[in-house]
Design a protein around this ligand. Sequence first.
Ligand code: CA
Length: 229
Amino acid sequence: MAAANILVVEDEDALATLLHYNLEKEGYRVGLAGDGEEALIQIDEQAPDLVVLDWMLPKVSGIEVCRRLRAAQATRNLPIIMLTARGEEADRVRGLDTGADDYLTKPFAMSELSARVRAVLRRIRPGLAEDSVQRGDLVMDRVAHKVSRAGRDIHLGPTEYRLLDHLMQHPGRVFSREQLLDAVWGSDVYVEVRTVDVHIGRLRKAITGPGEKDLIRTVRSAGYALELG
Ligand code: CA
């Protein structure tokens, strides 16, 4: 299963950047929209798995975005976490039936947002948000965002992490470079196919310690698979 796609709708640049950075570090694919209108356009083009939606936005407010998403058949069940300012807005979100799945009052800790995101994803796609996955001697702890092999900590960049996450969801299955591009980078991003080889190379180097078996099998002219046998 591919990494979850999260759309962050936030007009404060600093916060948007922070959210983008942190969610990407957690292994999600993250899109950004700076106002409500842009958010609706992006969601119409490709619905994400979850929306983190600021309440106060230019053009179309967060609450209006939420109402429109709930009114449309295609996005009726799209998970939404609403961000509100302290005080009045938070009370209104609580009091109103906004249709949001959850809400957070600013300022909030990134760990708090991560926990809410995981909880919402776990509800809608249980396999996607498993806290921890183990395959052979490889363990991926999605809460701590850590990977280890035979008890040894492994440090991965965000792309390598998403690649491994994807491969660990389907051990033994062979993925073509194109399939990996779609799953890990997203089908709307233009990346050269060769880029996959570069990141597979980095991942392979990172997870293979001295004397350890190479777990990534290169299938000539087909692609890659995670081998655990
Ligand atoms: Ca705002």
